[in-house]
Design a protein around this ligand. Sequence first.
Ligand code: TXD
Length: 309
Amino acid sequence: MKRNKITIIGAGSVGATCAHWAASKELGDIVLFDVVEGIPQGKALDLMQAAPVEGYDCNIMGTNNYEDTAGSDIAVITAGIPRKPGMSREELIGTNSKIVSEAAKNIAVHSPNAFIIVVTNPLDVMVYAAYKASGFSSKRVFGMAGVLDSARFRTFIALELGVSFEDVSAFVMGGHGDEMVPLVRYSYAGGIPIDKLISKERIDAIVERTRKGGAEIINHLKNGSAYYAPSASVIQMAEAVLKNKKRILPVAAYLNGEYGEKDLYFGVPAIIGGDGIEKVIEIDINEDERAALKKSIQSVRDVLVMLDY
Ligand code: TXD
């Protein structure tokens, strides 16, 4: 029986750590691709040599040649340049859109049946670029941001309450930028709405920290951005597809009328399974949430118009 094949484009911090999580979950054989010679080969070999210790069976190879990615089931695009302190995600668009489009075209040629998960920033617009460049159905091209932003939100809620991370469910909608919308009304700890457990001021502070979650880490690292939680989030999405789990996850999905928007990738809850994005879920939102989402949509559209494709 054939194993799943997972290609990761960009063997930097997020890409290599995606390979690490995917291997530890034994999701399939892994190909790490990068334009820099030696880096993907070295990291892949190193990771494969952890297999006897960790007990996973998957082949992990590094390459600079797209032909080695042929026949992949999942392709994750992390290639690009990351933010530096003080930089917005939007400032990356010129360089990253070329890199992402080139990656998506190569995936389409070598792995015509793959699902593409885009990670590169500015996320919502880069997914759009990958969708256009690949020519794939929008069900098969989506972006990771909401799982990460929600994981940050859930982490801060659990820390605030001093309870298990596992018991906190919460999610963040919207674009992957400072206007993202953490949905307090849809956030629970052990099934109890968080506004019954945490004061309004503290919730406001947690929402703000969530929105700035990426920058907080960049400010610590100085050279590079977050990668452990981002890559874990990517692999959760890949697993949902490969195992046809039908998970409900917040994902940058193509909107074709949902939430009143068309021809836009935007963070919304969706069912992710063996067919990719199987359904975008439209939740009930109140006036304040609608206004916040509008702002977030506008900020994605403002960057989308800069996309040259
Ligand atoms: O929530 C999210 N979506 C994100 C997004 C969370 C974390 C990081 N986010 C973004 O992912 C970040 O802003 C960047 O745009 C990407 C990748 O972040 P990472 O931290 O992994 O960046 P690195 O370590 O610089 O790795 C990028 C790699 C590096 O090895 C380059 O040599 C390679 O990309 N690269 C390429 N690979 C293939 N093809 C081309 N053309 C190419 N150009 C650069």
